[in-house]
Ligand binder design. Structure first.
Ligand code: HEM
Length: 422
């Protein structure tokens, strides 16, 4: 028996900076393993996780954002808890948000996103990103150094979602003040994303949406305000507010962390940086490999509605299933030398950092564009990006700390140095 056989993954600080040896340990036992705590079953295998993602009928999303905390508000009984779950669903944290919905409510609500994630809207968002990236970089370029998360990644990702939703530019400053830098969910049960930081957004969006319903204009907020469910029913203003606020919750910290982890690889690896500087067409696959190596979503949860069998392991109804994208994306049965960062990996894009199936991330194309535009503009506007030795130690003996959360894989800080390009 090793410490890994008894450790509490959800609260033990020793697993925060590098959870991968633990994930490997779990997978070596079995890609579907009962953990020693909270009755959670961890899925660390790629194929097994795909099976869970695909089967929305057996595996409910009701507990997706928080996992085993605060626990179910009922004692599961029998081999099918569907009725119990529906009777208590609104007592679960964040139950008003899309990601926790199951069919048929899920498809109905997800259809409302259709107007925001059209190819045309993504293209318009991307056009906006180039200017936004430059404005953000202008704020610190002359200093020759920055802490990337606060100075760039958080405000950049937040204003990108604001723009996607059609928030007027004159309101950007107030959004930045309220939402510019968020802390991800904490390690403790009490704080696990249960605190809802979205009141500010609800108040803003209820005004925007009501205003556009009363005075329609040719803008994105009007399209959102006028969207209907597939059967033609008009959603309540509050339902649209929840959708808008969830997009901030889902799209800001995740993308910010992708940007930071990408820049860490670039700054810490001069040869890789040189290759990207010389051939920008390598950037998209670089971003995929960064997502595979360190997907920002660290744990994604499901609740077994019915007693079932996964990879030969019996899963009783009411079991909390945990999928770790960081583990499944390093499953050696799918990715060769999985712990190596390989810029040219041929199947990097097969990673499941954005999930799979009916809940798969609608923001994937946008966050990929955010990372690509950021990298392009930072490479264009600097001559040599390096890691700050003062903050992270010398090459060969670096230290990077991660936010103490089981929800997100999130570098706490990334201090960079660079020479501004002429
Ligand atoms: C690197 C950045 C991102 C990562 C790693 C990421 C990851 C994920 C994952 C894994 C899920 C699936 C959850 C599940 O199956 O339980 C998801 C869902 C979702 N994401 Fe993202 N996401 C990112 C960026 C974004 C952005 C930029 C937006 C919007 C602007 C967004 C909006 C959403 C929404 C609305 C859902 C819920 C979809 C549903 O339940 O049908 N995400 N994301």
């Amino acid at each position: 028996m090793t410490d890994f056989d008894t450790i509490d993954y959800f609260t033990d600080p020793t697993l925060v900076d590098d959870p991968h040896p633990y994930y490997d340990h779990l997978r070596q036992q079995c890609p579907v393993t009962k953990m020693p705590v909270y009755g959670v079953v961890a899925v660390t295998g790629y194929d097994e996780a795909s099976e869970v993602f695909r089967d929305a009928d057996t595996y409910s999303n009701a507990i997706t954002p928080t996992g085993p905390f605060p626990g179910l508000p009922f004692e599961p009984e029998g081999d099918d808890i569907s009725e119990q779950l529906e009777a208590h669903r609104d007592q679960l944290p964040l139950s008003e948000h899309l990601v926790t919905f199951d069919p048929p409510q899920h498809q109905r609500t997800r259809a409302l996103l259709g107007k925001l994630f059209t190819p045309r809207r993504i293209k318009e968002s991307e056009d906006f990103l180039w200017g936004l990236a430059d404005r953000q970089i202008d704020e610190f370029l002359a200093d020759g150094k920055c802490e990337l998360t606060q100075a760039y990644a958080q405000p950049f990702a937040m204003l990108t979602v604001a723009n996607l939703l059609g928030v007027p530019e004159e309101d950007f400053d107030v959004f930045r003040t309220h939402l510019g830098a968020q802390k991800p969910g904490a390690m403790s049960a009490d704080e696990a994303m249960v605190a809802n930081p979205l009141e500010f957004l609800d108040s803003k969006f209820s005004v925007y949406i009501q205003d556009r319903r009363d005075n329609p204009r040719d803008d994105v907020l009007t399209a959102l305000a006028e969207s209907t469910y597939p059967d033609g029913e008009v959603p309540e203003v509050l339902a649209l507010c929840h959708l808008a606020t969830f997009l901030f919750g889902a799209g800001q910290d995740t993308t910010a962390r992708l940007i930071t982890s990408s820049l860490r690889h670039i700054a810490d690896n001069p040869e890789l940086q040189k290759q990207l500087r010389e051939d920008r067409s390598l950037i998209p696959n670089f971003v995929e490999e960064a997502l595979r190596m360190e997907g920002p979503v660290k744990s994604d949860f499901r609740l077994a509605r019915r007693t079932t069998n996964l990879a030969g392991v019996e899963i009783p109804a009411g079991t909390t299933i945990m999928i770790n994208p960081g583990a499944i994306n390093r499953d050696p049965r799918r990715f060769e030398d999985p712990h190596e960062f390989d810029l040219h990996r041929h199947n990097a894009r097969e990673h499941l950092a954005f999930g799979k199936g009916i809940h798969s991330c609608p923001g994937g194309p946008l966050s990929r564009a955010e990372a690509r535009v950021t990298i392009e503009r930072l490479l264009d506007r600097t001559e040599n990006i390096t890691i700050s030795e003062e903050h992270h130690g010398p090459q060969g003996n670096r230290h990077f700390s991660y936010e103490p959360t089981y929800i997100l894989r999130a570098l706490a800080e990334l201090h960079l140095e660079f020479t501004p390009a002429d």
